[in-house]
Design a protein around this ligand. Structure first.
Ligand SMILES: [Zn+2]
Length: 660
């Protein structure tokens, strides 16, 4: 490049000499980047209602400012070496370097979102993205915007951004403003000075049969067992779905999967791109919030992003796991490596049980006049599997997402200190021999013991008799885990006990008796109404028989408990064609999309090895009638709102009372 050619391309701009030229260049670059960032966040979140769009735009603007300030500082310090500076035009040097770098960062962000969507790109993709971004940055630096452009843009953009930022309330955590939805009905305010604090603890991927209180002889869970002995153990708690999103959405709304809308497939090729809660679903946090509670969440599962609508009603929704995995994007950039070395990710994004517990304890010990609703969600039992569950290993998560084939070790096994090849096993590309399978199950058990110890710290503070308020707590899970019990590995495909039977323990000295509920199936859908009831708030009345209802009657009114014919469903699998599990009385019945049914006796056949379909034709016919419309619904549903059902399915669902 000859010096004369640079000047020729900018014949319209004369060297600037005003004192404010540098400031104007900076303001126009900041504004441009802020607007790009806001647009980028909007598109990624797929949010198009005005309120959420303004909120997200603000987040975009705020996130952009430090980036451009950092770039500006760098440019001001280094511009003297730019060719234009040496030729006596420092402002052109500033424009060239600043707009070039802003263009490169923006291009990188956009390319990254384009290539990887919600997943993390491969190493090759990262380098292609960075190369493309650098090319665009250099092109813009070559022909930076004119001084006139910067002057006009800076005035315009400064006004626009000031307007956008003026009523600026939140920073830090994502506020639960996600599509405000309808305001909670019923409930009303309680006498807040007597209201209990309420703590909902869910441990992702927790098989009930690993808990001593549920019959395990492995002694992995002394803390949960002691807590269970003080509280009420529901022996037949059914997950609402065999995977996280629909199950957690049911736990938080009391609605079955076919009603709350969360977790439906949106794109046939993208397994993990899933729908959010329907707009009129009300969360338990919204109900507590409407009653005057402080509402907080510490959620260590990347799937449970506020974009799904499940943060609705939470004043603060802390997602350490999303922060931690977000940093995986940056780890390959030299400067970010330096920053992470000085300020390690585990200091500001500890998604492990110990970090989650630390955060939950901080919240529990806050001094505030209002009662607290706190939801704590642990991720440690989930794949990838680690020999040391307490190790903070972002590399394991990166490998989990990339799913490279693991190396074969000297002894012929493939499972090393961590194992992240779950998708390969699921897809049939990797076969694990019995030694590997045992090793993985062993890692899972270690993680159970690790989480149990951390829960012990939480329980200790919850038991503290010096607390101002009584406390109501529930410990549960979103689903279990499969270790080839019925041929599958992990979760999301099937409905056998290993994946749909979850722990559910209620605890509140003086409000909840200690003991066990063994005969009645209960569902994750029943958790929210029960917690509201225990706090003295009125839950929304169940509109259909598959919605959750308060379980308090089970111990307060024994005749009601005896008469109740509660049916609970699990549905909305992540992989494969839909199936539905129904649990009622002494039976568990699974119906597959292709019509095959499996019936198991809940007490006589705990391992679910003996299909009794042929022995109970009448029962099976009745269960089929209950499930078939749900299967038809699941086969037709895709997207955010309720699907357009064919007339027959709609009529069938209405006749069974599942929809109004
Ligand atoms: Zn889960």
């Amino acid at each position: 490049m000859k010096p004369s050619s640079i000047q020729a391309t900018h014949s319209g701009s004369t060297p600037e000499s005003t004192r404010f030229a540098t400031l104007r260049i900076c303001i126009s670059a900041v504004s441009l980047f802020a607007l790009i960032q806001a647009g980028f966040i909007l598109v990624r979140q797929q949010h198009f209602d005005v309120g959420a769009a303004i909120g997200l735009s603000k987040a975009g603007v705020i996130a952009a400012v430090p980036t451009v300030l950092g770039l500006t500082l760098l440019v001001l310090l280094t511009r003297r070496w730019h060719r234009a500076s040496k030729q006596g035009d420092p402002h052109r040097a500033t424009r060239s370097m600043l707009f070039g770098s802003v263009a490169a960062v923006s291009a990188w962000m956009i390319a990254d979102a384009w290539v990887s969507g919600p997943l993390i790109p491969t190493a090759l993709e990262i380098w292609i993205e960075i190369a493309a971004a650098l090319a665009i940055g250099i092109a813009v630096a070559w022909r930076p915007p004119s001084a006139l452009f910067c002057r006009r843009a800076s005035y315009l953009a400064a006004v626009a951004i000031l307007v956008l930022l003026l009523p600026m309330p939140d920073t830090g955590f994502v506020r639960g403003s996600e599509g405000e939805a309808k305001s909670p009905t019923g409930g009303g305010r309680v006498a807040l000075d007597r209201a209990p604090d309420v703590v909902l603890i869910s441990v992702d991927t927790f098989r009930a049969d690993r808990v001593g209180a549920y019959g395990s002889s492995l002694t992995l869970t002394p803390e949960i067992d002691r807590f269970a002995a003080e509280g009420l153990v529901f022996e037949r708690a059914v997950a609402a779905s065999p995977w996280t999103v629909p199950s957690v959405a049911s736990m938080l709304t009391g609605l079955p999967t076919i009603r709350h809308g969360a977790g439906r497939p949106l794109h046939s090729g993208l397994t993990f791109v899933r729908s959010a809660l329907v707009s009129d679903a009300v969360t338990v946090a919204q109900r507590f919030s409407a009653a005057g509670y402080r509402t907080r969440a510490v959620v260590a599962n990347g799937f449970l992003s506020p974009a799904l609508g499940i943060a609705r009603g939470f004043d603060e929704y802390d997602t350490p796991f999303l922060r931690a995995t977000g940093s995986i994007f940056l780890r390959d950039i030299p400067l970010a490596r330096l920053v992470f070395a000085l300020y390690p990710v585990e200091k500001w994004a500890d998604y492990r049980a110990q970090g989650v517990t630390d955060r939950a304890l901080e919240i529990l010990e806050e001094d505030a006049p209002e009662p607290l609703f706190l939801w704590v969600h642990y991720i440690d039992l989930h794949t990838p599997f680690q020999a040391d569950p307490a190790e903070f290993d972002l590399g394991a998560w990166s490998a989990e997402i990339h799913q490279d084939q693991p190396k074969v070790r000297e002894d012929g096994t493939v499972v090393g200190d961590f194992f992240a090849g779950t998708s390969n096993v699921r897809g049939g590309m990797l076969w694990l021999d019995p030694t590997d399978r045992q090793r993985i199950a062993g890692y899972y058990d270690r993680a159970v013991a690790y989480v149990d110890g951390e829960l012990g710290r939480l329980f200790g503070v919850m038991r503290d008799s010096g607390r101002d308020r009584p406390l109501v707590a529930a410990v549960t899970s979103d689903h279990g885990e499969e270790f080839w019990d019925h041929g599958h590995f992990e979760h999301g495909h099937d409905y056998y006990r290993e994946v749909t039977r979850i722990p559910l323990i209620l605890w509140s000295p003086g409000r909840v008796p200690s003991g066990r509920v063994g005969a009645q199936p209960v569902g994750l859908v029943d958790v929210a109404p029960t917690l509201l009831d225990l706090a003295g708030l009125e839950a929304a009345r169940a509109e259909t028989p598959d919605e959750g209802e308060s379980l308090v009657a089970l111990w307060e009114n024994e005749s009601a408990a005896g008469e109740s014919n509660r049916i609970r469903f699990s549905e909305g699998n992540l992989y494969g064609m839909p199936s539905v599990l129904l649990e009622e009385g002494t039976w568990r019945f699974i119906l597959r999309a292709h019509g095959a049914g499996e019936l198991y006796h809940a007490f006589d056949d705990p391992l679910e090895l003996e299909n009794r379909v042929a022995e109970e034709p009448e029962l099976v016919a009745r269960y089929r009638k209950l499930i078939e419309p749900r299967l038809a619904f699941l086969l037709q549903s895709s997207g955010n709102e309720a699907p357009a059902l064919d007339a027959e399915t709609r009529k069938a669902l209405q006749s069974l009372g599942y929809i109004q």
